[in-house]
Design a protein around this ligand. Structure first.
Ligand code: HMG
Length: 425
């Protein structure tokens, strides 16, 4: 295999894959050791991370290679239990690379915290008084967490809104630059430091002070433009497929049942990389699904349309992506360190760009499969491989057995065993 040639990576053994990564210098000594020795989260560390620990829990850790994002190639680690997700991502990365890769934009990277005030006697007056003291409040927030200010971040803006019937609440939103951290602790500390001042300024009571996972100040967009000829060698078929993918994207805008599944497919990729980098995937999911409702109805997060000449299909995905490269449990798990090595030690903005690109890739593969052969065909191929292995086929026998299994009327273990016996005769 040539340098940076990933064709057939999936057909290698695990050992050969690791050797390939070593040859390409993607692994530090420590990461090589992690892979060769199957190093995972030490039980003693796990016991410090959460409560009432009994053991640790493993999931497959895979690699989707060769993602071209903003002109640079990346290998994306994916932690997932679902077959065909990594294959689909790898497949999409390959096609999208041929068409120029992903282009990403980051509008901002700031987090939001909120203090909800209630029983405020005069909402308008409270708003005026709080805004008049904005600078003082920002200083108070920063004084509560000086280390983030030293690192060049900190509280940078404060906004207010009336929400609820009557309205019931005056909500104060604090915008904070948390640098490489996700910032939950930083923000929660700052918000709690503000409550006394806010109660005094508003004359109301603080109900709660907490970070918001609706990270609308951390929006990231990934886009790709794919030549239709990569969808099918047949020109008419390629155009029809492109049109159907665009229609599928429209369907996800208007039918909430479809939107939910459409977005689940996007999160197949996103969660896998978020998990591999030790990040809080619930936070990313919550923000993403809230963003899917920003127009008042839950909608598909991505969109696909054909260009005017109908030569290309253009996909786009925008998501809140408040991802971290420092803090939380990052650094405690040797598999997370491995992920950062494989990714080339990205900063938080780069990691966010990669995650959203992977979400778009995953969506591309799913929509292409759904609007052509159907999702089951790809699943069946992978299912046949699992059955072949389960039947006891060796690495050399698997490629002989899988095509025969796919042709057989019953895709089950018994058939796999019978066919394997015939191959061995
Ligand atoms: P194919 O065209 O049969 O693939 O597609 P191929 O065998 O010709 O291989 C082409 C490339 O795909 C390979 O290149 C790999 O990059 C990759 P190569 O390395 O050979 O040069 N690839 C694989 N990579 C790793 N392991 C494999 C493997 N096979 C191919 N075993 C494929 C096959 C599965 C890719 C295609 O059918 C596909 O993309 N299907 C979609 C699968 C999918 O989306 N699965 C997610 C689970 S379903 C779901 O939860 C979401 C959903 O409901 C979302 C929605 O509704 O929107 C669908």
């Amino acid at each position: 295999m040539n340098k940076q040639n990933w064709t057939g990576f999936s057909k290698k053994t695990i050992l050969q894959r690791i050797e390939h990564l070593e040859k390409l210098h993607f692994l530090t000594n420590s990461s090589s050791e992690t892979l060769y020795q199957h190093r995972t989260l030490p039980l003693e560390t796990a016991d410090q991370m959460v409560e009432n620990v009994l053991t640790t829990y493993n999931l497959p850790y895979a690699l989707a290679p060769d993602f071209l994002v903003d002109g640079k190639t990346y290998q994306l680690p994916m932690v997932t239990e679902e077959p065909s997700v990594v294959a689909a991502a790898s497949y999409a990365a390959k096609i999208i690379k041929r068409s120029g890769g992903f282009q990403t934009t980051i509008q901002n990277r700031q987090m939001i915290g909120q203090v909800a005030l209630y029983q405020v006697p005069d909402l308008e007056q409270a708003k005026k008084d709080i805004l008049a003291n904005k600078e003082h409040l920002l200083q108070t927030a920063n004084a509560a967490h000086p280390s983030i200010v030293k690192r060049g971040g900190g509280a940078c803006d404060l906004r207010l809104d009336f929400v609820g019937n009557d309205p019931t609440f005056l909500v104060v939103y604090l915008i904070v630059d948390t640098k490489e951290a996700m910032g939950a602790n930083i923000i929660n500390t700052m918000m709690e430091a503000l409550t006394l001042d806010l109660e005094q300024l508003s004359g109301g009571k603080s109900l709660m002070a907490i970070l918001s996972n609706y990270a609308t100040e951390s929006l990231v967009t990934a886009q790709c433009t794919i030549d239709l000829r990569y969808l099918s060698r047949n020109k008419d078929e390629a155009l029809e497929l492109g049109q159907k993918m665009a229609l599928a994207s429209q369907l996800a805008q208007v039918d909430v049942y479809r939107a939910s599944t459409h977005n689940k497919g996007i999160f197949n990729g996103i969660d896998a990389l978020v998990l591999a980098t030790g990040n809080d995937w619930r936070a990313i999911e919550a923000g993403g699904h809230a963003y899917a409702c920003r127009n008042g109805q839950y909608q598909g997060l991505s969109s696909w349309h054909l260009d005017e000449q109908q030569h290309q299909i253009i996909g786009q995905l925008t998501l809140p992506m408040p991802i971290a490269t420092k803090g939380g449990s990052i650094g405690l798990n040797p598999n997370v360190a491995l992920s950062f090595d494989l990714l080339g030690q990205p900063d938080a903005k780069t990691l966010a760009r990669l995650i959203v690109s992977l979400g778009l890739a995953q969506n591309f593969a799913a929509l292409k499969a759904l609007t052509s052969s159907g999702i089951q065909a790809g699943h069946m191929k992978l299912q046949a491989k699992s059955l072949a292995l389960l039947a006891g086929a060796s690495e050399k026998e698997v490629p002989l057995l899988v095509p025969q299994l796919l042709k057989s009327p019953h895709l089950n273990l018994e058939t796999a065993q019978e066919l394997l016996e015939k191959i061995r005769q």
